[in-house]
Structures are given as structure tokens and as C-alpha cells.
Design a protein around this ligand. Structure first.
Ligand code: KIV
Ligand code: ZN
Length: 520
């Protein structure tokens, strides 16, 4: 199909979320899907429905909620997977089944199938999927290491069986740009019917070439790019959505392709994915890194003052960063705060604004300058109105002479309870105190601290992820005192876990299958 429109297929919730440690809760997945839908992503791969009850439920609810995007689920090459996938995605306004099998010699060695038997399996499973749904994507996993003749043969079979999109995955991040482009060209030239379907490119970043490989594939004729926000994904990750979308926008002169993505929403979703996945964005990450638009060296600043395009090839506003980082302080009023938050992409109802305003005043009393990132951290904190647990008091003794001790009071269901605990460091002592007062089997999966802004009075943002019986809850807090932020984040995670406990379904089954078992 010759068009200059490139479809953006986001797999943050499937390939991204499958990366160890990046597990998201059910509500977080729904929130990310909504942001993707609103930003103009064409296809959202919402999960792998057979993998667990949690994945099935997430894909089902995302399918029901999506307003614009096609909702896709992943299925291995067997009827059970495909049926389960269809059960989940069929609720979507525009559903898609994505089925796949590993075709390279390395992957073919796993099942007891020879080349002919695998070809037959591809025919049968794609036909089965096509009988359920009009929109079928098929992937020969590890395509870039599959023999060219066999790849052409399997792609032809899948097209004849009804696949409407053929995805060419570089599963192990092995290919390079010229090869990536030539592979798509070769398939377009050699495979009968290839001009009737869309070729997709799905690259992993093991050699740091995922973005370049995806763009090269587009030059070779691919019209769908598979990617994730912040390049989230196993090992070195997937192609980063923000990189391919901005590359196509900024270098439209040499890559005349368009996407449907509203780039001004990039920063917001990038921050949200970093927060809920617990995978912080490296400072020098292209497009969304903290330093991507920072110009600190003297020469750069001089150039920037004369003309922004001396050193900038895109404007911060293109990705949704406010033009200026106007500092707010304790004299700033409610109207200024509302305007500022609107600039940052938060349109708040009056009651929400009042709540953030109280916290803003409190912070401004403790911190001379309140920056954009401080405000974002404030907005992200909940008001705690429904919480069963609240931090009332914390005093910590720490330093070179131990023991590190935390004296902590928690309000639990309206009753104050106090204890003193010691630990390996102030955070450990604090968490032990919380656990003494509120006993739980929850396992700490992630504890992460980052400074919101510069300076020694910067707020620390702390993320804590807990897991209990397949239920996951992520808590967050920000405070100029790192230990207080840690205690609040831990308590916040516990409150969320209590809510999750009252919901029947876990976020994932402990016995969930992995897409790596494709050929098992
Ligand atoms: O990397 C890969 O091969 C995949 C497939 C399931 C498309 O993620
Ligand atoms: Zn992948």
C-alpha cells in the first residue's frame, strides 16, 4: 500500500509491560491506554489475554473504553490463545488479533515442527483468527534471522489465510538500518499479495539501533511502526514512540511521512509511564530526557538567547513542555496556579485545584522556588480522603552513629497507633515501623527515589511498588524530606493495595505464560 501515512502501533502495555520489574496495575494500564488513545496512537496492543486473568481483564476493559484506537491483543499460534484474545478484543469499536510464531532456525528448533508443518500451522491459525475478526496481524517472530526464502513463504501463507498486517520483528535487536529497509523491500517485491497488506516493523534496541531500524523499514515500505513510550521493554527496550514520531516530524524534508500522533502530549505520557512502570527516564534520553532541552554550557546559552534554533531543532512546546519554567513562590495565588497547571496540561476542577493549592502553599513555605516539576509531583499525589492509613508523625534518628531509629505514628481506620523501630538506615527503620503497626504479606518490588528539581532543597519523589497475591499497587509521594516522602509513598502503596484487595481479580496470575513460549 503506497501512502505516506505511517500507523503508530503502541505496545507499551504488552511488550513494554512484559519487561521484568515494569509490571503495572490494572488501573494504571487503563490510564495509560486512555492517554495513548487521546494522543492519536492508531493501534494499542493492550496485552496478551491468555497470559493471565489480569491481562485478559485489562485488554477487555481497554477494548470497551477506547474511543479512537484499534485495540489489539497478542496470541500464540494456537486456537486457544486466539479464541481467548478474540473474547477480550471483540468489545472494541475496532478490534485486532495479533498472532505470531517464531520462524527463524533458532525458534523452529523449539517445537517439534518441520518447515512444512510450521507452514501448515500458520495457515490454520491465521485462517482461524480471520474467521473471528477482519483485522489480523501476523508476525514471524525473529524474522530478521529467518532464511529469506522461508520468510517469503510464510508471509505469503499468512496473507493468503487472511492477515491484513504483516509485522516483521527484529526480536533480538540484531538487524541494522540498511538491512531493515532491504528486508521490507524484498518482501514487497517477492511475496504475491504483499501490495494489498500493511507491513509493520517491530525493533528491539539491543545494539542501540531500534529507532534507526524502524525508520529505515519505513523507507523500505513499512507503514506501521511498533513502539513503546520511553522505549520501555525487555533488555534494551523497544523502539521509542517519541523518537520515531519526532524524527518523522522534524525531518519531514527527507522522510516525508506523517503520523496521527499529537506530539504535544508526549511529555505527559512519558512522565506517567515512567512513574507507573518505575522505569525512570535517563537524563540524556532523546526527546523526553530531563536534559533534552536544557542548555547549560555558556556557549549554548549565549546562542540560545540570540536565536533558539542555534541549538534547538524542535521546540519544547512541540512535545508539551511549557515554554518557560516560570517559578512560582509563596506569594503566587490560586489564579496563577490554575494558569500554570493548565500550561502543564492539567485542567482541574475547582475542588481538585483547592486541594493542590493547599499542598502548594505548604511546599512554598518550605521551599523558596516551586518549579514545574514540583507542581507536577504535587498534582500526582492523591488527597488521601479515602485512605484507611495515614502518616501522622515521623521522627527519625540517623547518621554515623547507629542505630537508625524511626518513631512513627500511623492513623489506622481513625485510630492513632505509635511504635519505634530500628533498621539498616532511616528508610528501612521507617518501613519496619509501618509494618509493625500494619501487618501485611506484601512484598516490596520497587523502591525508587529521584530529585524533582535541582538544589539541596529539592523535593524527592519516591515510588514504592508492593505485590501481594498477584495484586500490585504503586504508591508515590514527594517531599523535601526524603524519609518522609518514602514513608508517605509506602503508606500510599498500602492504601492502594487495600483497595485492590477488595477487588476480586488479581493484576496477574503467578502462573502466567510468556510470549517467549511461542513455539513451546
Ligand atoms: O519481539 C518480538 O518478536 C515480539 C513478537 C511477539 C511480535 O514482541
Ligand atoms: Zn518484541
Amino acid at each position: 500500500m503506497t501512502t505516506n501515512r505511517v500507523l503508530i502501533f503502541d505496545t507499551t502495555l504488552r511488550d513494554g509491560e512484559q519487561s521484568p520489574g515494569a509490571t503495572m496495575s490494572h488501573d494504571e494500564k487503563l490510564e495509560i491506554a486512555q492517554l495513548l488513545d487521546e494522543m492519536g496512537v492508531d493501534i494499542i496492543e493492550a496485552g496478551f489475554p491468555i497470559a493471565s486473568e489480569g491481562d485478559f481483564r485489562a485488554v477487555t476493559e481497554i477494548a470497551k473504553a477506547a474511543r479512537n484506537a484499534t485495540i489489539c491483543g497478542l496470541a500464540r499460534a494456537n486456537y486457544k490463545d486466539i479464541d481467548r484474545c478474540w473474547e477480550a478484543v471483540r468489545h472494541a469499536r475496532s478490534p485486532r488479533i495479533h498472532t505470531f510464531i517464531g520462524t527463524s532456525p533458532q525458534h523452529r528448533a523449539i517445537p517439534n515442527l518441520d518447515m512444512d508443518q510450521m507452514a501448515e500451522r500458520i495457515h490454520d491459525t491465521v485462517s482461524h483468527a480471520r474467521n473471528l475478526c477482519d483485522n489480523i496481524q501476523w508476525s514471524p517472530m525473529d524474522a530478521t534471522r529467518t532464511e529469506a526464502d522461508y520468510l517469503c513463504r510464510t508471509v505469503e501463507i499468512a496473507i493468503k489465510a487472511g492477515a491484513t498486517t504483516i509485522n516483521i520483528p527484529d526480536t533480538v535487536g540484531y538487524t541494522a538500518p540498511r538491512e531493515s529497509a532491504n528486508l521490507i523491500r524484498m518482501l514487497l517485491e517477492r511475496v504475491p499479495g504483499a501490495d494489498k497488506i500493511i507491513f509493520a516493523t517491530h525493533c528491539h534496541n539491543d545494539l542501540g539501533m531500534a529507532t534507526a531500524n524502524a525508520l529505515a523499514a519505513v523507507e523500505g515500505g513499512a507503514r506501521q511502526i511498533e513502539c513503546t513510550i520511553n522505549g520501555l521493554g525487555e533488555r534494551a527496550g523497544n523502539t521509542a514512540l517519541e523518537e520515531v514520531v519526532m524524527a518523522l516530524k522534524v525531518r519531514h524534508d527527507i522522510m516525508p511521512f506523517t503520523t496521527g500522533v499529537d506530539t504535544t502530549r508526549i511529555m505527559n505520557i512519558s512522565r506517567r509511564v515512567a512513574t507507573v512502570s518505575g522505569f525512570a527516564v535517563q537524563f540524556n534520553k532523546a526527546i523526553v530526557g530531563k536534559n533534552a532541552f536544557a542548555h547549560e554550557s555558556g556557549i549554548h546559552q549565549d546562542g540560545m538567547l540570540k536565536s533558539a534554533d542555534t541549538f534547538e531543532i524542535m521546540r519544547p512546546t512541540d512535545i508539551g513542555l511549557a515554554e518557560t519554567n516560570l517559578v512560582m513562590g509563596k506569594h503566587s495565588g490560586r489564579a496563577a496556579l490554575r494558569a500554570k497547571l493548565r500550561d502543564l496540561g492539567f485542567d482541574m476542577a475547582d475542588n481538585q485545584l483547592n486541594d493542590v493549592f493547599v499542598r502548594f502553599k505548604d511546599l512554598a513555605d518550605r521551599k523558596k522556588e516551586v518549579y514545574d516539576d514540583d507542581l507536577i509531583a504535587l498534582v500526582r499525589q492523591n488527597d488521601g480522603a479515602e485512605d484507611r492509613l495515614r502518616l501522622k508523625h515521623l521522627r527519625v534518628v540517623c547518621g554515623t552513629e547507629g542505630p537508625q531509629t524511626a518513631d512513627l505514628t500511623l492513623e489506622i481506620d481513625g485510630v492513632d497507633q505509635q511504635t519505634i523501630a530500628t533498621g539498616d538506615g532511616p528508610v528501612d527503620a521507617t518501613f519496619k515501623a509501618v509494618k509493625t503497626l500494619f501487618q501485611t504479606q506484601a512484598r516490596l518490588q520497587l523502591y525508587q527515589v529521584s530529585a524533582v528539581t535541582e538544589g539541596t532543597d529539592a523535593q524527592a519523589t519516591v515510588s514504592v511498588r508492593l505485590e501481594e497475591d498477584g495484586r500490585i499497587a504503586t504508591g508515590q509521594s514527594a517531599d523535601t524530606d526524603t524519609v518522609v516522602a518514602s514513608a508517605k509513598a509506602y503508606v500510599n502503596a498500602l492504601n492502594r493495595l487495600l483497595v485492590r484487595r477488595s477487588q476480586t481479580q488479581p493484576d496477574y496470575d503467578v502462573k502466567g505464560v510468556s510470549y517467549k513460549d511461542a513455539n513451546a
